[in-house]
Write a protein of this length. Structure first.
Length: 602
């Protein structure tokens, strides 16, 4: 197993059993980790500032006992484009003398002025579409949540209310304009001119302890990192107590070149993250961008985002979708928290990239190396109608089964795309599939087409997997093998669903019927008499015959073919062209042959 080494710093740690912050004794934490074993009490008008990527980690094993009406202040940056969504989850809630976590609303967001001073963001009414950077104004129209619901129809508008429970994610669009204010010497709040990020100051009572989120079978929930520290996303997803979810996270990506609020112009989709194993860097498959018609239905135009982000450690504020595997709940716990700096190898927030100007760890006491094991896998791209790319990932782990493995196999939540390709497991479509490698295996790909569709298969990348291993795309229609590791295979399919036509294989040798037997079974077209003939001297027993056109449409078929020395099938009336004759034996093995039918001048 290949291992990649990421360098990260263990900086000065400020550690307390409990912490009380008085109204006249603000605490300023710069470029450090603040660890509090138990609770934090924030007195009225008190302030705890986390700056230069500082984070707060707490050791409480159960329910939070944080209290007080004072505030913790922590920064995070989202998209600066007021047409683009970010998915968020707040690290703070409303301050209160009552112990425990509390609700959040966008009224808790602020515009930083200096490293300690901020001014509350203006909350625009629902009629307003566009937020602004300076003064910071947020369009409440775009604040939605999704809780244990059917993904496509049950988004709930939150607006400017303070009703988001701890662990509930929310959508928010960015801002227009720019804000040159540089509160901590790490860059402007919003550089404008395509700089890519808008800084927000989250101020409130810090979330802590066990945070529970309800999930339901096959339902989607927008959640995210609920803490003012990084979240070990693998640890959360693979926690044995969180079996009520599929253990996969989905991240919204959007085409940031489309500047429109009209749903018909949207181009976006969900990237898929599978943790695989606790210590690995997981597998991330970027979104296939979808576009939408005015009625909200999907177009089949788009392109792969091409974004490859590291997701093992979710940064502060990052939101994502999870799906329920059963009715129940999942829980975020302090044991899932970790200090890991955003942008440092394995932690990236979903927003446009811009040069990192954050302060370096100048007061680092020591440094360590984290060995990250990359899961062996291959990426399979399918270009669909030369318009967009669907990417799949096939992973190889000894513990993987041929069934659905939670935390490894990732179902496709963009499955309503009219023309698409996916893995097929349990009659469902998957983006990531894990198997125990066996050179004799055939991995089914499902294809669907709402219209005549051209598919071009190829492998763009092989990660930590035997570079000498061949990989083929097997087309069962004509029994052909295609080396998609070193070239591509392009094929046009007719409208329909194809669940057993295409397979990923690692050998191009036909199994079952030996070549000598196949060579004595002769299929030919007699165009003079408009008859397709087959000679069967070895008396192979067949259960069916079918004739397909080049697009894969079934033109002729017959069941219970039986065992005969020869077969005749009339081709009178068929259009001239290339066809594929297919005989299937009682052992489900296939003999195919291309034939040219010419009925001109008959």
């Amino acid at each position: 197993m290949k291992k990649i080494t990421f360098l990260f710093y263990i900086i000065s740690i400020q550690s307390f059993a409990q912490m009380y912050v008085g109204s006249n004794t603000p605490v300023y934490v710069k470029n450090q980790i603040l660890f509090v074993q138990q609770n934090i009490n924030l007195a009225a008008n008190s302030n705890l500032y986390l700056r230069n990527l500082s984070q707060l980690v707490q050791g409480t094993a159960g329910t939070s006992t944080n209290s007080g009406t004072g505030t913790i202040s922590v920064y995070q940056e989202g998209s600066s484009d007021n047409f683009d969504y970010n998915y968020w989850c707040s690290p703070v809630g409303v301050g209160s003398v009552t112990a425990g976590n509390s609700n959040f609303g966008i009224t808790l967001l602020n515009r930083p002025l200096t490293s300690t001073n901020s001014t509350p963001a203006a909350i625009l009414p629902l009629a307003n579409y566009d937020g602004t950077a300076n003064p910071l104004a947020i369009a409440s129209r775009w604040i939605y949540k999704l809780t244990n619901a059917n993904y496509y129809s049950q988004w709930v508008q939150v607006g400017g209310t303070t009703t988001l429970a701890p662990g509930e994610g929310f959508t928010m669009k960015g801002t227009s304009g720019s804000d040159a204010t540089d509160p901590e010497g790490t860059g402007a709040n919003n550089p404008g001119s395509g700089g890519g990020a808008q800084r927000y100051d989250f101020r409130g009572k810090p979330n802590d302890g066990t945070i529970t989120v309800t999930v339901g079978t096959n339902a989607s929930t927008l959640t995210g990192n609920p803490y003012p520290s990084a979240l070990h996303l693998n640890a959360f997803l693979l926690d044995p107590l969180n079996s009520a979810c599929t253990r996969i996270a989905y991240f919204w990506e959007q085409d940031k070149t489309i500047n429109s609020h009209l749903i018909a112009a949207y181009r976006g989709g969900y990237a898929t993250y599978s943790p695989g194993t606790l210590g690995s860097s997981g597998i991330y498959v970027p979104a296939t961008f979808n576009s939408y018609k005015g009625d909200g239905s999907l177009n089949n135009v788009g392109t792969s985002s091409g974004l490859m982000r590291q997701r093992k450690y979710a940064p502060i504020g990052q939101g994502f979708i999870i799906k329920g595997a059963s009715n129940g709940s999942v829980a975020f716990r302090n044991s899932h928290r970790i200090f890991y700096k955003e942008g440092a190898g394995l932690s990236q927030f979903e927003k446009p990239a811009r040069p990192q100007t954050t302060a370096k760890n100048t007061d680092a006491e020591n440094e360590e190396e984290e060995e990250i094991t990359e899961i062996p896998h291959i990426r399979i791209n399918t270009i669909i109608n030369n318009q967009f790319t669907r990417q799949l990932a096939l992973a190889f782990l000894p513990e993987a089964t041929d069934g659905i493995d939670p935390g490894l196999d990732a179902v496709n939540i963009d499955s309503s795309l009219p023309n698409d390709v996916s893995f097929l497991l349990d009659d469902r479509n998957f983006i990531i599939q894990g198997v125990n490698f066996d050179s004799e295996k055939r991995i089914p790909l499902a294809a669907k087409a709402a219209e005549s569709t051209t598919l071009k298969f190829y492998i763009p990348e092989v990660i930590n997997f035997d570079p000498s291993q061949n990989v083929y795309l097997y087309d069962e229609l004509d029994g052909s093998y295609h080396d998609i590791k070193n070239s591509n295979y392009e094929v046009t399919i007719a409208p329909g669903v194809y669940k057993d036509r295409f397979k990923i294989t690692f050998t191009n040798k036909t199994l079952g019927i030996n070549e000598e037997t196949k060579n004595t079974f002769i299929i030919r077209q007699d165009n003079s008499n408009h008859v397709l003939k087959a000679s069967n001297p070895n008396l192979i027993q067949f259960k069916s015959f079918a004739l397909y056109d080049i697009l894969g449409r079934k033109i002729l078929s017959k069941d219970n073919v039986g065992t005969e020395e020869s077969y005749d099938f009339s081709t009178s009336g068929l259009s001239s062209g290339l066809y594929i004759a297919s005989f299937i034996t009682i052992d489900d093995e296939k003999i195919t042959q291309k034939v040219i039918i010419s009925n001109t001048g008959k």
